[in-house]
Design a binder for this molecule. Structure first.
Ligand SMILES: [Zn+2]
Length: 459
């Protein structure tokens, strides 16, 4: 037991250190790169602007921008390209035109945001055509991975790019996934975007469930696959069928405007929000934007689990006395419950097993279990479970003047020194022939835990 506790302790400390170091250094790194080194200044020495302008001139989103808007767009495209590594796969050679067009889809999506780099993603892999994805278990046109890669089939990218009004746009679709992953797992998410994203999901969930229920919707049915696809598909509609979207689902459309801080229908003013929209947005922000909403919830869950959940669980586990099979039944029950929860989440279109297990182990599970064990401790259903054992000997513990360790008949609790530790107040009573009476209690979850002990004369 002691070895086991020690091992868990080491794992927890390692986990805490790794989390803190990772979180700290990734934000320091992005600060150095973006703020101190001023990548803006470096990129303009290698001026991409003329090429950006020539490749994008026919692209409607870019075309409608003012001179100033075009400058901002061009600058951001250059920056985006500078910050990503582009790799060709399956024989593909990535040209500047490809880089610019792919970057343009990211810049279009984040045009209204302050943070536009989607920094969690460092690599963009371009395939000539659809490709096999192990994660999806089949051929796909694009993918975003948690390891920070965006994968794109160039053929499908161009099909989406060439028709800007068919509500299919692979570039925008994958960038939307990436932006959401940046919010969930990255450290450089736009603060206002983060704030409105959670609210947006609440607004969209009704339409999402409608699609999942097989009902026809303005949103393409692929959006019903899961909540992530719903978001990505909505983004495609937002940019490619803006006015129809605004007519059919005005609430959802308006909320996307707030989320991305742009309105694709406002083609005369660089897609900026109207005065009324900005007032509305600031009003929501002023009451809502605080430490809690701008906090990254996955980190919060993990840190709570590691700092509070696991230590509490270890403490409670150390005072619980359960037979192995009793623990086994409960473990099976918890596992079954976990799978039911996971199945329910999957059905709702949320969650992958790997991520679910990760958050369960480091976040939810230790917290829930220690709450159960705490309840078990405080709500007593049986309070006088006495066990009495004859003493067979004692020994003193080096450097511990307050306690003796006693030995019990038949080697009872031989592995649990704490339970056999009695204080020197019993000095005269600790002799062979006397007994140790241990009182346990049973709590609401049916688990027995230590309550008190005393040395008595055997009856
Ligand atoms: Zn998708």
């Amino acid at each position: 037991m002691d070895f086991f506790l020690g091992l868990i302790g080491v794992l927890i400390i390692a986990g805490v250190i790794a989390t803190v170091i990772f979180g700290f250094f990734s934000s320091v790194w992005s600060f150095i790169q973006l703020d101190l080194l001023g990548i803006n200044k470096r990129i303009f020495r290698e001026n991409l602007s003329p090429r950006v302008r020539s490749f994008l001139s026919a692209y409607p989103y870019y075309h409608h921008l003012s001179g100033q808007g075009k400058d901002k767009f061009t600058r951001r495209v250059s920056n985006f390209i500078f910050n990503k590594e582009f790799i060709g796969a399956n024989g593909m050679i990535v040209t500047d035109e490809m880089k610019i067009k792919i970057a343009a889809s990211a810049v279009q999506l984040t045009f209204g945001l302050e943070k536009f780099l989607i920094a969690y993603f460092s690599t963009i892999i371009v395939y000539p055509d659809s490709f096999y994805s192990r994660m999806a278990g089949g051929e796909v046109k694009g993918a975003t991975t948690l390891s920070g890669k965006i994968l794109i089939s160039w053929k499908d990218f161009m099909e989406g790019y060439n028709d800007p009004a068919d509500r299919y746009n692979l570039g925008l679709h994958e960038m939307a996934h990436a932006l959401k992953i940046e919010f969930l797992h990255g450290s450089d998410s736009d603060e206002k975007f983060s704030f409105f994203l959670e609210k947006w999901i609440n607004t969209g969930i009704k339409e999402f469930e409608k699609i999942r229920g097989g009902n026809s919707s303005f949103i393409r049915s692929y959006g019903g696959k899961n909540i992530h696809e719903f978001f990505a598909v909505c983004i495609e509609h937002f940019f490619e069928w803006s006015s129809e979207f605004n007519k059919r689902l005005p609430e959802l459309y308006q909320h996307l405007c707030l989320l991305l801080n742009q309105n694709p229908l406002n083609t005369t003013e660089d897609y900026s929000l109207s005065k009324a929209e900005i007032t509305h947005r600031n009003k929501i922000l002023s009451v809502g934007l605080n430490v809690f909403t701008s906090m990254n919830w996955p980190y919060t869950v993990i840190l709570t689990g590691i700092f509070a959940g696991w230590p509490a669980l270890i403490y409670f586990m150390s005072i619980v006395y359960a037979e192995p099979e009793e623990l086994l039944y409960r473990a099976i029950f918890i596992l079954a419950l976990g799978f039911l929860v996971h199945a329910a989440l999957l059905k709702k279109g949320i969650g992958y097993l790997r991520i679910f297990l990760f958050y369960s182990f480091f976040g939810f599970l230790p917290v829930i279990l220690s709450v159960c064990l705490a309840l078990n401790q405080f709500i007593v259903i049986e309070d006088k479970m006495e066990e009495t054992y004859r003493l067979t000997g004692k020994h003193t513990v080096a450097r511990d003047k307050k306690n003796f360790i006693v030995f019990l008949e038949n080697g009872q609790y031989l592995n649990d020194e704490n339970l056999r530790k009695v204080n020197t107040g019993y000095k005269d009573l600790i002799k062979k022939g006397n007994c140790l009476k241990i009182t346990f209690r049973k709590g609401i979850f049916g688990l027995k835990y230590f309550f008190q002990k005393e040395i008595t004369r055997c009856e």
